[in-house]
Design a protein around this ligand. Sequence first.
Ligand SMILES: [Mg+2]
Length: 230
Amino acid sequence: MTAPFAGNWDAIRLIVFDLDGTLYDQRPLRRRMAFELARDALASRQTKTLRTLARYRRLREEWAERNLADFESELREAVALATSTPPDDVAVLVSEWIETRPLRHLRRYRFAQLAELFAGIRRSGRTIAVHSDYPVAAKLAALELEADHIACAGDANGVRLKPDPSGLLWLMERAGAAPHETIMIGDRLERDGLAAQRAGTACLIKSRRPIPGVTTFRHFDDAVFAPLLG
Ligand SMILES: [Mg+2]
């Protein structure tokens, strides 16, 4: 890993946030969506939606290291094949259950102090970006947060799944920031932390437990953010 972030924000011009699990609490949302899926399976007396989405999530996770630029259509075809579902149906299920249905719940699970932090970052003249493996714009709007730049894997800019650094590199180029002026804030060391390391930027990982060699935080009003909230 790169050297742990020592809390010196002076050099930082670009702050890149991961989305899922970083800007909102993913666990209660997952429970809620699991409940809605189970209810759907009971009502329709079939588990196809459940099985197809489970396969999609698992494969997407496994494919993170495969480094494909246009993985989404290939991924949907692989899921279609594995679950004997037409590819178009996979696309509809993913759009409904992974992209659309969670949106209405997101705002209530947004982490505390984020609006204040975003406002503080803006006041300080720094740039805010959001970088996710999943589509960003609709979720960010649902969270009632705004970013100067967004990057999501599989979009037209050649951004790949984390831990590939392409998203960070693209955002730095857009923002005109060098690696030493950039920090990635995320909740997964093996994705966000590794992407930061590969891009040569600092990182901060949201974690309940300390991680050796990595600067972690629990809440957005932790001391490490104080210089941005002033
Ligand atoms: Mg995350």
